[in-house]
Write a protein that binds this ligand. Structure first.
Ligand code: S3P
Length: 164
């Protein structure tokens, strides 16, 4: 398997870049959140309502299954790196690319975001980004600061970095 795993905060562009990247690399595109919703026929909010662990467990099982599938570009949910088993699966099956974005920019992008149960008050984005900063970096083979880049620029840069 030679997957390209996109990791990073909510709002960092993983799903948008992932879809373009997949087209560019002629690989299937998989969005983990979407896969969870389809497999379990439950919304992300619904799963979180039962407790974050319920969502994380399904997220893990989904990542483990995708990891064993055909080479793909995969957009993970922002919290996927919190489970070391996910990080191990990603690193064993491909390249992990971290998309970073300045917190102010993320906050602006996520201001009106719906369907993200972890964002309930204005300071949440900054607090989560800070708490996860190290783990994101430790989980990444490639780190790309996308703050001032267009989606096309990010896509081209990832293509260059993964050397496919
Ligand atoms: C989460 C990010 C979300 C989704 C869930 C939890 C997180 O995915 O998996 O709401 O913990 O950062 P996106 O990063 O695609 O928004």
């Amino acid at each position: 398997m030679a997957h390209v795993w996109l990791i990073g905060m909510m709002g960092s562009g993983k799903s948008t870049v992932g879809a373009l990247l997949a087209r560019e690399l002629r690989l299937p595109f998989v969005d983990v959140d979407q896969a969870v919703v389809e497999i379990y026929d439950r919304s992300i909010e619904d799963l979180f309502a039962e407790g974050e662990m319920v969502f994380r467990s399904k997220e893990h099982d989904t990542i483990a299954e995708i990891a064993q599938g055909p080479s793909s570009v995969i957009a993970t949910g922002g919290g996927a790196v919190l489970d070391p088993r996910n990080v191990a699966a990603m690193r064993a099956t491909g390249t992990t690319v971290l998309l970073t974005t300045a917190t102010e920019e993320l906050t602006t992008r996520l201001q009106h975001a719906a369907g993200r149960p972890l964002l309930t008050s204005p300071g949440d984005v900054a607090a989560i980004a800070k708490a996860r900063s190290q783990i994101y970096r430790e989980s990444a083979d490639v780190i790309l600061d996308t703050t001032t880049m267009t989606i096309d620029e990010v896509t081209n840069e990832v293509v260059r970095c993964v050397g496919m």
